[in-house]
Design a protein around this ligand. Structure first.
Ligand code: NAD
Ligand code: DAU
Length: 347
């Protein structure tokens, strides 16, 4: 139940609110929950299906009186209806998030990213609940390596993979529910995140944990593809800023000017861990591999006053490497199965 006397709000100021965070046991969702507990007095309810990518241990140590955990599916309409009715705002992180998996089996991506988002939007519409949709820069497709352009809020959608096309579809659902039904929603599209609690299937944790295990990092293709890295805590601060100050119906791009080629990142990981910079292997490339992502986050910075705190990628990466050194019990249970899956594909 919503606390007695509380009302629905369309903008969240700094007073206490109840947030429903979907996917809060995943990488970025759990970082957001830690951020909210540390920087506000809000109460958080996490709704998470605990797929292979969800881990309750990512929320360990957070105070019981500030955090409730519900194990469930965002496509479960009765459950979503009840939880949305009790919340002041929904912050929607839950998704199937890995491009490689979407190439092997797209179906869960359609179910969660499209049907799940639809289910949440319908509940938000019924209850007048503020809704923030977490999305990705991949909806814009990719850029040439030498293109001076970066993605902005007006770049046309041109997704490449089953993952990014289902995220694009979910963004368009949100836009339609704002325009047609007056749902009080905002959208953010963020670049590649790094930081603690990221699953070892993803690029940076895979290479860090490979080196920690005495295995060589694996670069897809020539390793020239560029990603625009942002620390997950900077992403969380941006989302909180949008919840507090964002204009309903608007999209905000989130990025921290962190463009690096995959080869540069692997070399940094190796040298930080005391290995030769070239001690990596080239493996077969990802089908349809996007070449480069780059975000222009001027709108968020100018209109809402956000700026990243982790300006130094090398320092943020070193702290992330240290986190994986210190938290082997968190990642070790998934490492062997993840590597076996990659090996089977020649990656
Ligand atoms: P993740 O795979 O680490 O976590 C996803 C979480 O969602 C897991 O806890 C999983 O159990 C949960 N989940 C999956 N299906 C569910 C369902 N049907 N019902 C309830 N819970 C379900 O993903 P992530 O990297 O933390 O990404 C979170 C969000 O941020 C996604 O929407 C993703 O598109 C977006 N995003 C990610 C990045 C990135 O760099 N990782 C960048 C921009 C945007
Ligand atoms: O841009 C935002 C997106 O970033 C998010 O929407 C996705 O949820 C998130 O997974 C991420 O997508 P990428 O495909 O960019 O991330 P990934 O970690 O899978 O790969 C990063 C780059 O590294 C990409 O160019 C592929 C490459 N790669 C990946 C792995 C796992 C390798 O070279 N070797 C690897 O072993």
């Amino acid at each position: 139940m919503r606390p007695p006397g509380s009302t629905k709000r369309t903008s969240l100021d700094s007073s206490v609110v109840r947030l429903l965070v979907t996917g809060g046991a995943g990488f970025i969702g759990s970082n957001f929950v830690h951020h909210v507990i540390a920087h506000t007095d809000h109460h958080v309810t996490v709704l998470d299906k605990l797929t292979y990518a969800g881990n309750r241990a990512s929320l360990a140590g957070l105070p019981d009186d500030r955090l409730s955990f519900v194990h469930g599916d965002i496509a479960d309409a009765p459950l979503v209806d009840r939880l949305t009715a009790e919340a002041h705002a929904v912050v929607h992180y839950a998704a199937e998030s890995h491009n490689d998996n979407s190439l092997d089996d797209p179906r869960p991506f359609v179910d969660t990213n499209i049907i799940g988002t639809y289910t949440l939007l319908e509940a938000a519409r019924r209850h007048g609940t503020r809704f923030h949709h977490i999305s990705t820069d991949e909806v814009y497709g990719d850029l040439e390596l030498d293109d001076p352009a970066r993605f902005t809020e007006t770049t046309p959608y041109n997704p490449s993979s089953p993952y990014s096309s289902t995220k694009a579809g979910s963004d368009l659902l949100v836009r339609a529910w704002v325009r047609s039904f007056g749902v009080q929603a905002t959208i953010s599209n963020c670049s590649n995140n790094y930081g603690p609690y990221q699953h070892v299937e993803k690029f940076i944790p895979r290479q860090i944990t490979n080196v920690l295990r005495g295995q060589r990092p694996k670069l897809y293709g020539a390793g020239l593809n560029v990603r625009d890295w942002i620390h997950a805590d900077d992403h969380s601060a941006a989302v909180l800023t949008i919840l507090e100050k964002g204009r309903i119906g608007e999209t905000y791009l989130i990025g921290a000017d962190g463009e690096k080629s995959n080869r540069e990142v692997v070399e940094l990981i190796l040298t930080t861990l005391g290995q030769p910079a070239d001690a990596y292997d080239h493996v077969s490339d990802r089908a349809g591999h996007d070449l480069r992502y780059a975000i222009d986050s001027s709108k968020l910075r100018t209109d809402l006053g956000w700026k990243p705190q982790f300006g130094d990628f090398e320092a943020g990466l070193a702290a992330t490497i240290q986190w994986y050194r210190d938290n082997e019990p968190w990642w070790a249970p998934q490492k062997d199965a993840t590597e076996a899956q990659y090996r089977a594909k020649g990656q």
